[in-house]
Write a protein that binds this ligand. Structure first.
Ligand SMILES: *Cc1c(COP(=O)(O)O)cnc(C)c1O
Length: 362
């Protein structure tokens, strides 16, 4: 079989990759964009100030390769040590390093059937096998099924908490049980959405040396455009991530990102205020959807996951798009009837509801 000309210089493994497809970022004016869980509020004014104060001739110099000042600020925030914090270029990059550092091809990695869709992509990139545990009928993580797995047969466990794209939350007690059960492998909790009502498992890292928590500044801290992700865990786990980073790119965070991210952690009032408003609007939007006949999964995130018994997910998503509202629809088994709708500002949420009413009246 002859290869397409454009692929003739590719190594075989590139041909086999199935890359992640990010939610689209269309350039349509007046679009109501509720498809990638960005924050409807801008970053803290202190972040903008810190970035503009970093815009000087120092840009000719490389940034701090270890992001020490940022990591020290995060360590203070969580009352842990600086050697228990890693910072990378978005939590997607942090996760790419995590998969490389802790999950081995010899044994499968455990994750749920409905989870962050980047996990199978990293498995493909690194040639890892998966042990997939379906969510239960209520779309909750099947904790009893996880606890039945023989931990010596797997290379680790990864879960978003709250889960993506369902928004369902596990409590810290359960996270502790999972970390204890899989004590001979890394247990990674992806907390991209933890600030919207959950409790961070960072509180458990001193107790479980195998527990690694990743976080993102893209959602709750309104900095998707700056690209900052974190990992918190035992100093031994963090050292492994630094080894991977320094075998790949010593400077994943530029000067502006380090300054902006640090300032984001220093403006607690602004952060709490934005998260509170988003949670209030989430609960309101859930009610408004329910009153229109939607089944809404209880969410602890900045999005809701909902389906309508009489309207298909694909038709609703397409109809909303005609009204210039875009939401995320996953054409995948079990969840193809659902829409994942990011919480926008009050005006955007109203526009979403008005567009849904128009689409469903047809
Ligand atoms: C958004 C998201 C990420 C990636 O966050 P970035 O920091 O923007 O790379 C990771 N995990 C989950 C579950 C997410 O939803």
């Amino acid at each position: 079989m002859s290869l397409p000309l454009s692929q003739r210089f590719w190594v075989d493994s590139v041909r086999r990759l199935a890359p992640y497809v990010p939610g689209e970022q269309p350039k349509i004016p007046d679009l109501i964009k509720l498809n990638t869980n960005e924050n409807p509020f801008g970053p803290s004014p202190r972040v903008l100030k810190a970035i503009s104060e970093s815009l000087d001739e120092q840009l000719k110099l490389y940034p701090d390769p270890q992001s020490t000042a940022l990591r020290a600020t995060v360590a203070d925030y969580y009352r842990i040590n600086v050697d228990q914090v890693f910072a990378g270029n978005g939590s997607d990059e942090v996760l790419a390093f995590v998969f490389r550092a802790f999950f081995s091809p010899e044994k499968p990695l455990v994750y749920a059937d409905i989870t962050y869709s980047f996990y199978p992509v990293y498995c493909g990139l690194y040639g890892l096998n998966s042990h997939i545990v379906p969510l239960d009928d209520d779309l909750a993580i099947d904790v009893p099924a996880l606890l039945k797995i023989d931990p010596t047969t797997v290379s680790g466990l990864i879960l978003p908490n709250p889960n993506a794209p369902t928004g369902r939350l596990l409590d810290l007690n359960t996270i502790g049980q999972l970390a204890a059960h899989f004590s001979n492998t890394a247990v990674v909790i992806d907390e991209a959405y933890i600030d919207f009502g959950g409790k961070s498992a960072v509180a458990l890292i001193d107790q479980y040396p195998n527990l690694l928590v990743t976080q993102s500044l893209s959602k709750s801290r309104s900095l998707a455009g700056l690209r900052i992700g974190l990992a918190m865990g035992d100093a031994g786990l963090i050292e492994a991530l630094h080894r991977i980073k320094d075998s790949f790119n010593s400077y994943p965070l530029d000067r502006l990102a380090q300054a902006g991210a640090k300032a984001a952690f220093e403006d607690e009032d602004y952060f709490q205020h934005c998260c509170q408003q988003i949670m209030t609007m989430r609960d309101q939007l859930s009610q408004d959807l329910q009153s229109r006949g939607f089944e809404v999964v209880e969410s602890a995130a900045n999005f809701v996951f909902a389906r309508h018994p009489e309207h298909s997910g694909a038709a609703l998503a397409a109809g909303l798009r005609e009204h210039k509202v875009i939401v995320r629809h996953f054409d995948k088994p079990r969840i193809s009837e659902y829409l994942r709708i990011s919480i926008g500002n009050a005006e955007q949420n109203q526009a979403l509801l008005a567009a849904l009413d128009a689409v469903m009246a047809k």
